[in-house]
Write a protein that binds this ligand. Sequence first.
Ligand code: NAD
Ligand code: ZN
Length: 360
Amino acid sequence: MSYKNFPMVPRVIFGRGSFNQLTEILSPKRLNINAPFIFLVDDVFKNNSWLTSRIPLSYDDKIMFISSKEEPKTSQVDELVEGIILNTKDRPSGIIGIGGGTILDLAKAVSIMLTNDGETKNYQGWDLVKNPAIYHVGIPTISGTGAEVSRTTVLTGPEKKLGINSDFTPFDQVILDSELTKNIPTQQWFFTGMDCFIHCIESLNGTYLNTFSQTYGEMALELCKDIFLKDNLSDVEAQEKLMMASWHGGMSIVYSQVGVAHAMSYGLSYLLGTKHGIGNCIVFDHLEEFYPEGVALFKTMKKKHNIILPQGICADLSDKEFDIMINIALSLEPLWENAIGKKWKKIMTPKKLKELYQKM
Ligand code: NAD
Ligand code: ZN
């Protein structure tokens, strides 16, 4: 038996207002005056001086506002990297991602592709990255994905939706300032928060579970229950707890895997562009068979927060389109093996999967 040896985020700062310490964190990391820091910032903050005025810019440092309407694509990473190479005198000192999972994943991918040749799509998979990434910092502004702590960056490429899973992917520094997560619209807060809840359920009910994953998963699940089922938390407490739930949920899947909801949601995302958080919710709502207790809890949370999920998104799909989705979902073998076990192919046939998609 050989155990996997995982890297972790080596530095993290947690605290309300810790975003103000960005200058002191970055200054020692500047390589020279021609090597700028590039800030990739969700464009939801474009006219938000409360946040942007605190981004320290000197020399050639640059803010690039990026839309998170669509999830990151390998071609988008290629374009960003090309733009950065063309417009900077030296290789950047660092890439700082400020946003949700979309922007955090872009920041990780760009920092990898600045030091690795060729196209981003060639690195989708496991341990294909050869050179260490440049210094990269993650600053989440919405909690749930665990992207701030994970060893992957999920990208849609021409052939697949698959992460760059590598030892060079995790951030060198993360700043957890829950104040940045205030003012998120309720629906989005719920969808991204449920990503964390679903990570916990899929990890804790998976065949890959070990004590490392279990302890983190249980902690995150308890936090999710406090946040989404009870009424006794202040806004600040709820924001801080969700930030830590996201972190622990992400840690839980380091050593295990996600499961049925994620595999199916990747299919939806690839074909229909359904975003991760809402896609997971749409799928998970129909997975009683696999996660009875988790789905029951989910339905209670959904009701409590008056969330209405889209219905019938697969109603008008052709057989060919179903096949595309099914192939994407079934290609994620580790997820199925974790969810159902080594003999998963006997249980999750293309026909069965189609029946499930037809309910959505
Ligand atoms: P997101 O980054 O797509 O953002 C969702 C929405 O929230 C956007 O409209 C954004 O503008 C808005 N938003 C973000 N912060 C806000 C704030 N403070 N105030 C108001 N609005 C705000 O959403 P997400 O759910 O965090 O991320 C989803 C992405 O994360 C997907 O691309 C998914 O593949 C990826 N993901 C990655 C990992 C990983 O381990 N790398 C894990 C899970 C999901
Ligand atoms: Zn997820």
